[in-house]
Design a protein around this ligand. Structure first.
Ligand code: ZN
Length: 167
């Protein structure tokens, strides 16, 4: 069984399951809790369960590391200016894939694979708390965002399931 076939079959059930399926037909594109989350793509981070979110509550912007790139600012810009979110929570986590290589090593890997280096940097993480603070600061300082609400950051511990705010 190919994994995507399995997913598509699950999705067929999702549309019609009254208990665990889709139930946001009365919601709009504006997140009901005025919230955007920036988080790592890590497969262990189940954000809706972790944060007690429901469909329609929040924008979820995910990438490798949960670091703030130009594309994260692009998404937050439309989230705030067009869809009226106000608060931003950044979530990075222990045992992140971005702590397992270096920018230099990954750059060399990309050059070997593609024949040239990418226009983007991987943004590897050495100090997790510093990385969360840097991401929060990048959002607070972006001239494209509105800053009407709070911008806060936290670290998820994949060993315990605990989320700890970085002040
Ligand atoms: Zn990660």
């Amino acid at each position: 069984m190919r994994v995507i076939d399995d997913l598509l079959r699950n999705a067929d059930r999702y549309a019609t399951d009254p208990e665990h399926g889709y139930h946001a037909t009365d919601k709009t594109a504006e997140p009901g809790r005025g919230l955007a989350i920036v988080a790592c793509m890590d497969a262990r981070l189940r954000l809706f369960s972790l944060l007690g979110l429901d469909e329609g509550d929040a924008h979820i912007i995910r990438n490798a590391g949960g670091v703030v790139t130009d594309d994260v600012i692009r998404s937050l810009s439309v989230s705030q200016h067009v869809l009226n979110t106000v608060d931003v929570l950044v979530i990075q986590h222990t045992d992140c894939g971005l702590t397992k290589t270096t920018d230099e090593a990954f750059d060399a890997l990309m050059r070997e694979h593609a024949g040239h280096r990418p226009s983007w940097g991987l943004r590897t993480i050495t100090d997790l708390e510093a990385s969360v603070r840097e991401s929060v600061a990048s959002i607070r300082e972006s001239p494209f965002l509105v800053h009407r609400g709070e911008v806060r950051g936290a670290i998820f511990d994949v060993a315990t399931g605990e989320l700890t705010e970085v002040s």
